[in-house]
Design a protein around this ligand. Structure first.
Ligand SMILES: Nc1ncnc2c1ncn2[C@@H]1O[C@H](COP(=O)(O)OP(=O)(O)OP(=O)(O)O)[C@@H](O)[C@H]1O
Length: 618
């Protein structure tokens, strides 16, 4: 039996994961040489001295280990077959999840789907999807939504939020009388050829891929109901989407930019919207998207709050965003399932100290050490997050040169390439996906066994969403973070998040947190998670500490640091790994304060979530 990970494994009290990539037993975790530890200044912006790095561990890897990715045959068919395999989910894992509710007159939760008055077609679809019992967020959110109440719902990644809003929308639409307006089409006065789609439900999501995924899910749930579900998103031919809309639409799934475009071209009208959902709501309301979402919700004929029903869902909900979100809601109910803002304890989290120039060799070691197969003979997938688009391409190319079948996804790729990369990853054809934050939220890809934060994000919310690509539907997963000196501002929030999820925090990380604290937060975007309803008053004071959410928005592209990192990317990714290069590596990277001022000054808040200017992000 493999022994658990070295310092930062889950605590013995936490539920042990049932399957992890085999490498977890023998990873190297430290690379900073002893000689660098004595009082060397590390170019940390504020002139701070880094805490002692962790001691060097012996590396147990043979550089000649066989590469499990080169020879293994992809099992494409098995992947699609098991998408709904009941043996593949473990909803019971959520049984003990505590749920907090607040608001007036909260409807009682249910314990089974049969307690809810769904239409028979929807009930059949739920069975067909092998949803035997509701997850905690579904138990609470579905009755609230079925009662027509507005809702702000937080629940851990992978715990079934999509169904929690889709089922009530479908069910409530089916109860209405649509005969006068079949499938949401109206004919403009005197102009028979120009049809305007008037959906009854609108679901907004931040990325194209997530919109497509929600569309697929909603279609699955509405099978044989007669409802029409359509998706519109940027980067894909608009005329095809016009054609789809012309056939009618009850439920429209959209990214904001393309939707605004459609409305301005008079192809879509929001005047009939009865149900509005923002998925990844905190992202949709942070600085990158908020103007567009506000425009859609408040200036484009959408019925006002109180007339329409509004539901906001996310795994993270910073207090500042909760306050902002309340503009869109009326007499809403707040739900929090689990330790909101923290990751689920189904994900074993590991933090390795890796100096920047050693990251590639460390990654290689991890990949070599982990077998090609995950559980039950199904191939394990590895998702590697990097900071920049350029970095994603460079790392992917480098992995390919090293013989690892991989693909890359980021906002500079054309849509077809993005879809191809995701398809190929999902199928297991390229079992490693190198991604920017464009893949951080919402994506539900079975068999992602390992998420590696090659570059840690700046904000803890992004970390929570990234690692949430594994450990879904009650399954266990593994997340490894490469931590270097420049991540010191994140240390405190990372520790808090790990402790919430019952993970053991390496002692050296505590030192970083203390040092970083001593010099101020250093710009780390530590979310005030919003694990409770901000309306609760007294215990909120802590959350209103002069932090302008606009300053702390988590939506930078991070590509802004490319200007600094251009050389860094190539040097870091192409330089041969050197065990003594930690010190030099710090000179390569911008300090966080330099990166911040550059980012703020030149790029504002760009997002990798779909960037098409000028109309928006999708
Ligand atoms: N009641 C259920 N029974 C079985 N499987 C379920 C149930 N609810 C959801 N699932 C499955 O769990 C997985 C995760 O669901 P979903 O993508 O909705 O999670 P999420 O909470 O929206 O995650 P994220 O925060 O990452 O967006 C999906 O594969 C979904 O089919």
């Amino acid at each position: 039996m493999p022994t658990p990970w070295n310092e930062s494994t889950r605590s013995p009290t936490a539920t042990q994961p049932t399957h992890f990539p085999p490498h977890s037993s023998d990873q190297p975790n430290i690379t900073l040489p002893h000689s660098r530890r004595s009082g060397h200044r590390r170019g940390r912006g504020r002139g701070g001295r880094a805490p002692n790095p962790p001691p060097r561990s012996s590396q147990n890897f043979s550089q000649h280990d066989p590469n499990p990715y080169t020879n293994a045959k992809p099992e494409m068919s098995s992947f699609s077959e098991i998408d709904n395999d009941p043996s593949d989910v473990n909803i019971n894992a959520y049984d003990e999840t505590p749920v907090e509710t607040s608001g007036f007159d909260v409807p009682s939760p249910v314990t089974s789907f049969s307690e809810i008055d769904f239409s028979s077609a929807l009930s059949k679809n739920i069975k067909r999807c092998n949803f035997v019992k509701p997850t905690p967020i579904q138990r609470y959110a579905i009755p609230v939504a079925m009662a027509g109440r507005d809702l702000m719902a937080c629940a851990q990644t992978g715990s079934g939020k999509t169904a929690a809003y889709c089922f009530p929308i479908i069910s409530r639409i089916l109860r209405r009388d649509h005969k006068k307006n079949p499938a949401g089409i109206v004919t403009e006065d005197g102009c028979l050829s120009l049809k305007i789609a008037c959906p009854l439900a609108l679901i907004l999501a931040p990325t194209r891929e997530l919109s497509c995924q929600i569309h697929e899910e909603a279609k699955k749930f509405s099978n044989n109901t007669g409802l029409k579900v359509v998706v519109v998103y940027g980067g894909a031919p608009i005329y095809q989407q016009f054609r789809n809309l012309k056939k009618g639409v009850d439920i429209l799934v959209a990214t904001p930019g393309r939707l605004i475009d459609m409305i301005e071209r008079a192809r879509v009208s929001l005047r009939n919207v009865k149900y509005l959902t923002l998925d990844e709501a905190d992202r949709m309301l942070d600085m990158g998207f908020e103007p567009q979402v506000r425009k859609i919700v408040q200036q484009m004929e959408m019925p006002p709050a109180g007339v329409r029903q509004t539901m906001l869902f996310s795994a993270t909900f910073p207090i500042e965003i909760q306050k902002l979100a309340s503009d869109f809601l009326s007499n809403y109910i707040f739900l929090a399932a689990g330790k909101v803002g923290s990751s689920t304890d189904l994900i074993a989290q590991k933090v390795d100290y890796v100096c920047d120039t050693d990251k590639k060799s460390h990654l290689l070691n991890l990949l070599r050490a982990q077998g090609a197969n995950g559980s039950q003979g199904k191939r394990a997938l590895t998702l590697v997050f990097v900071e920049t688009k350029r970095g994603a391409d460079a790392l992917q190319r480098w992995l390919s040169v090293k013989g690892f079948q991989s693909s890359a996804i980021h906002g500079d790729k054309v849509q077809m390439e993005r879809e191809q990369a995701l398809r190929s990853f999902r199928s297991g054809l390229t079992p490693i996906l190198v991604a920017t934050d464009v893949a951080a939220r919402g994506l539900d890809i079975p068999h992602v066994a390992h998420v590696i934060n090659f570059d840690l994000p700046r904000g803890i919310d992004d970390y929570v969403h990234r690692i949430g690509r594994t450990g879904r539907a009650g399954k266990s997963g593994l997340a490894t973070a490469f931590f270097s000196d420049k991540n010191a501002p994140l240390a405190k929030a990372l520790i808090d998040s790990m402790q919430e999820a019952k993970q053991v925090v390496p002692s050296w990380l505590n030192q970083y947190a203390e040092t970083s604290h001593a010099y101020g937060s250093g710009g780390a975007k530590s979310s005030r998670f919003g694990g409770h309803d901000y309306r609760r008053g007294a215990d909120n004071e802590d959350y209103f500490g002069g932090h302008d959410y606009r300053r702390g928005a988590d939506n930078e592209d991070y590509d802004c640091s490319n200007q600094f990192a251009d050389t860094t990317v190539s040097e870091t990714y192409d330089a041969p790994p050197s065990p003594l290069s930690c010190h030099n590596s710090h000179a390569d990277y911008p300090t966080s304060s330099r990166a911040d001022s550059f980012r703020d000054g030149f790029y504002g808040h760009m997002s990798d979530y779909d960037s098409i200017v000028p109309t928006g992000w999708d």
